[in-house]
Design a protein around this ligand. Structure first.
Ligand code: 5GP
Ligand code: MG
Length: 175
């Protein structure tokens, strides 16, 4: 596995898009408090930049979901870290690194909606719609990409590359 020579998205391009997303979210929610639920670990860089660009009151919390693939029940997802805050009656924005088949988000939304939030919305940095197996509600999307495996800016391959400020593709087959 090798990193692409050139980034797919430079740090500058990412930062510009994150600011646009934050402005859009700020406009949409007005001054309502927003519970920002960051999915560990891949979304932490994105969420850190996004939150600092929002102009509304933020309650930050974390969730970690582990999905198991290849089982009969698609979307078998174990929630490893639960949000500490009660979501009842709150506007909740789930911040994800990348939306692929949609199974993780679908299962996560299933669980989180059981807490009766006032609203539950996804903000994902990347979306790979060509890989979708399960429909996902309308979301804030940073970049729509083709079927590449991407790393950097929080996203890993076997825990490597999360620290890179830009996003690269991996050449070769990661799976
Ligand atoms: P889904 O359930 O939507 O198929 O899985 C989404 C999860 O798979 C993401 O949150 C991420 O952890 C992982 N994933 C999917 N595509 C990529 C990719 O291109 N790069 C990295 N680093 N992780 C990915
Ligand atoms: Mg993830």
């Amino acid at each position: 596995m090798r990193l692409s020579k050139e980034p797919l998205f430079t740090a500058k391009v990412i930062q510009r898009r994150v600011k646009e997303l934050a402005d859009e979210i700020t406009r949409d929610y007005g001054q309502q408090e927003l519970v920002v639920l960051v999915t560990l670990k891949g979304a932490i860089m994105f969420a850190a930049d996004l939150c600092r660009a929002l102009s509304l009151p933020v309650h930050l919390d974390f969730v970690r979901a582990k999905s198991y693939r290849g089982t009969l029940t698609t979307g078998t997802v174990e929630i490893k870290v639960h949000p500490e805050v009660s979501l009842a009656g709150k506007h909740v924005l789930v911040v994800e690194d990348i939306l692929d088949t949609g199974n993780t988000v679908a299962a996560l939304f299933d669980r989180l909606s059981a807490d009766n939030p006032a609203s539950l919305t996804l903000c994902t940095l990347f979306d790979k719609p060509s890989r979708r197996e399960i429909p996902v509600p309308k979301s804030y999307v940073g970049f729509t990409i083709d079927d590449h495996f991407v790393v950097g800016y929080g996203l890993d391959y076997e825990e490597r590359y999360r620290e890179l400020p830009a996003v690269y593709t991996l050449d070769g087959n990661p799976e």
